[in-house]
Design a protein around this ligand. Structure first.
Ligand SMILES: *[C@@H]1O[C@H](CO)[C@@H](O)[C@H](O)[C@H]1NC(C)=O
Length: 320
């Protein structure tokens, strides 16, 4: 099990911008600019864009059989993804050479070996977030999972120990403006049945998965039509009312075994085929009871489309 923590920053209720006429594109601080619409809503009534394997826009070393084609999921760094409107980040921390980095690793059972690459360092993720929040008052959710010690032999990477988590949490307290709920350990769902103890970090902006309980199930296919129907069927089943479970629409394609070996599409090529389909396939399935909370993709682009889609949902389907 990947016991870990969610991590929230504040969407503070600083005075909203006065009435903005209909605009073609949303500003960088799109949540704050729409604070009148979004500010009083629970997260279940808001749609935000998010980034899958968000740290993997660059490759900083890895194992023998890993390369950009089978580990790179993004082309923009965290700073640029934030500026482009992404607000939910799948961050997979690893230890490499004794430091914390993002990584993208899998257990390749055929060769009985862990393979993958390191992405952006955790320290640069922290500085990217801090430079963004120094001028933008936005909600940012970081989901930590898949935490492996890659300094151990790659026949079997161990998951983080409590001490390794604590050292990561300590580093992440370098993130400014962390949102600490008045009831940090009981907000939302309480029963932290995870094996990692948040200890004092529970009052420093770190939360258990169960406290932002989400339906998050990817299709695990490289076929676009299969992924589309899988995710849209799951959304219809899960989101029967605005208060149904928090729902992440995983609009991602996953390489098959041959593709991971370089025979076929790269992750970014698969992402390029999935992306345009999001803007045609989702709309007919939306209603005031059924809409996603997180639009989750590979290769987050700076074209404004994801924010526009999220805001279309927030304006036309979701309500307070
Ligand atoms: C965060 O990641 C964990 C582990 O992959 C997952 O179970 C959980 O649903 C995720 N949370 C959200 C909000 O997607």
């Amino acid at each position: 099990m990947f016991a870990a923590a969610l991590y929230l920053l504040a969407l503070s209720s600083v005075a909203s911008v006065s009435a903005i006429p209909v605009k073609r594109a949303q500003p960088v601080d799109w949540m704050q600019a729409n604070i009148g619409l979004l500010g009083s809503r629970p997260l279940k009534h808001i749609c935000i864009p998010g980034s899958h394997d968000a740290g993997m826009s660059q490759l900083n070393g890895g194992t023998l059989f890993s390369d950009a084609a089978n580990t790179q999921t993004q082309t923009l760094g965290i700073a640029a993804q934030l500026a482009a409107g992404s607000r939910y980040f799948d961050i997979r921390p690893v230890i490499t050479d004794g430091t914390y980095s993002t990584g993208h690793y899998s257990d390749i059972t055929e060769i009985d070996s862990w393979q993958g690459s390191n992405g952006q360092s955790i320290s640069s993720v922290i500085s990217d977030i801090n430079s963004f929040t120094s001028t933008n008052n936005e909600l940012i959710i970081i989901n930590l999972s898949h935490a492996y010690d890659t300094d151990a032999g790659n026949s079997n990477y161990p998951i983080f120990t409590q001490d390794q988590w604590n050292a990561l949490f300590a580093e992440l307290t370098g993130i400014n403006h962390r949102y600490v709920d008045p009831n940090p350990t009981t907000v939302d769902l309480t029963t932290p049945d995870d094996t990692i103890d948040l200890g004092d970090y529970a009052s420093q902006g770190f939360y258990q998965y169960s406290q932002l309980n989400a339906y998050n199930e990817y299709a695990d296919t490289n076929t676009l039509s299969t992924m589309e129907s899988d995710q849209l069927t799951k959304m219809a089943a899960q989101r029967t009312s605005p208060d149904s479970s928090y729902f992440l629409l995983s609009w991602t394609l996953t390489q098959d075994a041959l593709e991971t070996l370089g025979l076929g599409d790269s992750i970014l090529e698969l992402a390029a085929s999935a992306y345009p389909a999001l803007f045609t396939a989702l709309s007919p399935k939306l209603s005031t009871s059924t809409y996603p909370n997180i639009l989750y993709i590979d290769n987050f682009q700076n074209d404004g489309k994801m924010v526009n889609l999220a805001m279309t949902i927030n304006t036309n389907y979701a309500s307070s």
